[in-house]
Design a protein around this ligand. Sequence first.
Ligand code: GLA
Length: 403
Amino acid sequence: MSEALIPVSELLTRARTAFGTQFASSDAPPFAGIAPGRVNLMGDHVDYAGGLVLPMAIDRWTVAAAAWSPNPDRPRLLAVDLDETAELDLNAGVNSGGRRVLGAPVGHWSGYIAGVFHELLAAARERGREARALDIAVTSSVPRASGLSSSAALELSIAALLDRAWNVGLADTRSDLALACQRAEHLGGGVMCGPMDQLASLHGRERHALLIDCRDLTFTEHAIAPTLAVLVVDTRTPRRLSAGKYSELVSRLERARTRLGVASLRVVDHSSVSTVRLDPQARTSARHFLEENARVPAAAADLQGGNAAGLARAFAASHASLRDRLGVSCPEIETVVSAAARCAPDVAARLTGAGMGGCAVIVCPAERAELVERRVRTEFETNFRRECGVLRVRAAGGSTTSF
Ligand code: GLA
């Protein structure tokens, strides 16, 4: 059985109840920020170099329930699912080594929230808005650290909340809220991610995937054919060496771009990548970048037209490139992808997100979903003697607030 869907209303109740208990408040916290995770259907390890991506926001959410803090400079935080608390200091800034933001350690869950507070505080001050502390309780149905953007969902839930509570107005422009969250992740998460996850969580639309051009941040919405099902398989494998490997991949494309002397790798073609003097890793990554970008618009058309066999071919090529050129697969993902792909030629499977553990995404005709799920589960259990998680996901709307 795939994992049950928890509606937003239930997450909201959970966050509000935990808030009341933790902060001894008899009134329900009046404010909330809500943001979805995402699954990327095509275009991985290209967004940080301005590539094309095809994510969809998913019906798994992070909810942040909030009320004004008694101390205007010290937000108190509760991570309901971890049963952990933290406190921020709005006057603490970023410490000299960049290891703490507003007093919270970079890379810790409170560091991500602190990164968002830091960015929204700056925007509020710039616009002459008063920014008082809010106490916040957070809960989520997005699996953590699995490649479904639990961090972007957390960032956007907090950012949407603060933007509205402080009347900052970042949500009034097209993508500023997402860009503030991307900076927050760099600052508070210590990961120099691209803009894909935050844009997907902000702009998600029900029944649609988003084709985002990460060079100019424009996007188009593509309806997902109702004949197709989207499954996410969580290998529950901790992402190995992910931060170091991720920044290494970012720097390979940056080396390629500088050597080629262009403002963006998007203007480059295969022959220049083959002829210019490049170190082998930068060349390999640049080839992945060019081919992966070319696959994105075609995949968007196949998704819309319900061409599952076309998607299966594109997913296979993308997966092979991520595995063989970038080295971001792992045995658990390989098992899932090959078990799914062997079911039928119209079952599309690939790793999704940063890789190195985490999740695989499968798109197939809806009537095959059960069979695919069963085969993947059986093969995974046989190989690893433990269960994987299977989520049937639907495309969801983007971040929002409730005040
Ligand atoms: C992570 C990052 C994204 C993107 C993907 C890989 O999810 O946060 O910006 O680079 O990896 O496509």
